[in-house]
Write a protein that binds this ligand. Structure first.
Ligand code: ADP
Ligand code: MG
Length: 261
């Protein structure tokens, strides 16, 4: 477990403004600085300093309404922050639009399902690809499906896939664009134990292949299976950041979950 102060943040990170100014010279692939998002009078994300190292598989947990989805949407550019900066690979990407960020290597699977049920698995994977790549995509589509274990379902309509297969298809749609950083919002919600295991294996395999992950998930056993380190978000701010064992045994973390449910 890394040493943390009362707020659960690494004091060393706070005391290096020269590094924070550019995000360069650190081992952070992603870094937010003073990131704030207000919806009217509601502060959903409150001066968040969040960072992920290259190659890491980070899980993001926290009670409903903590700001987890909003944080990921800020990183993808779907929301424009009220204040603060986002650095990716040493570059300030705060002003880039979502498509530019995809081209920079940031991919995301959203919480709300985005597969087209009347299209086949192959057609679904082709959609995001043809937005950024020209020409015949047959090979890329086949490779993307194989990567998530859906080669045999290429011609199956998404509506006829199991819930687990649909989740893997969504991950495949995001992974097809060859991201360096992949953000997954609740990839195993509503899945069976066996389907969860398949998604866990898929995510850890893609991570072994070099993709850095931030995964939002409530299922602590799933988190335990895949995570290197866990960030707990609470009321729009980082509450704790530690290895899963320490998070599991943290009474204050348990309390914020109980308080919210
Ligand atoms: P989580 O994913 O942790 O459950 P969210 O990031 O979805 O939380 O939401 C954080 C807070 O921001 C909640 O209070 C939610 O109601 C609010 N919120 C999220 N998105 C919007 C939006 N587009 N407009 C207004 N309020 C929002
Ligand atoms: Mg959410």
């Amino acid at each position: 477990m890394s040493s943390t102060d009362e707020a659960g943040q690494d004091p060393a990170v706070r005391e290096t403004p020269a590094v924070k100014a550019t995000g360069a010279g650190t081992d952070r692939l992603l870094k937010t600085e003073d990131l704030t998002m207000q919806f009217g009078g509601l502060t959903a994300i409150d001066s968040v300093e969040f960072g992920v190292r290259e190659g890491e598989l980070r899980c993001l947990i926290g009670p409903n309404g903590a700001g987890k989805s909003t944080l990921l949407k800020l990183i993808t550019g779907r929301h424009v922050p009220t204040e603060g900066k986002i650095y990716y690979d040493g570059t300030d990407v705060t002003d880039l639009d979502p498509h530019q960020r995809v081209r920079e290597g940031i991919g995301m699977k959203f919480q709300v399902p985005s597969v087209f049920e009347s299209l086949t698995a192959a057609e679904n994977v082709r959609l995001p690809l043809q937005r950024v790549v020209e020409g015949d995509l047959t090979e890329q589509v086949a490779a993307a499906l194989a990567r998530v274990g859906l080669a045999e379902e290429a011609r199956t309509e998404a509506a006829d896939l199991s819930h687990g297969q649909q989740q893997r298809l969504e991950i495949g749609m995001a992974a097809a664009l060859d991201p360096n950083l992949l953000l997954l919002d609740e990839p195993v919600a509503g899945l069976s134990v066996e389907e969860r295991r398949e998604v866990a294996n898929l995510v850890t395999r893609l991570n072994d292949e070099g993709i850095t992950f931030v995964v939002i998930e409530h299922d602590i056993d799933f988190v335990d299976r895949i995570a290197d380190e866990v960030t707990v978000l609470h009321q729009g701010d980082v509450f704790r950041e530690a290895e899963i064992e320490a998070i599991r045994n943290d009474d204050a973390v348990r309390k914020i979950y109980l308080g919210a449910e």
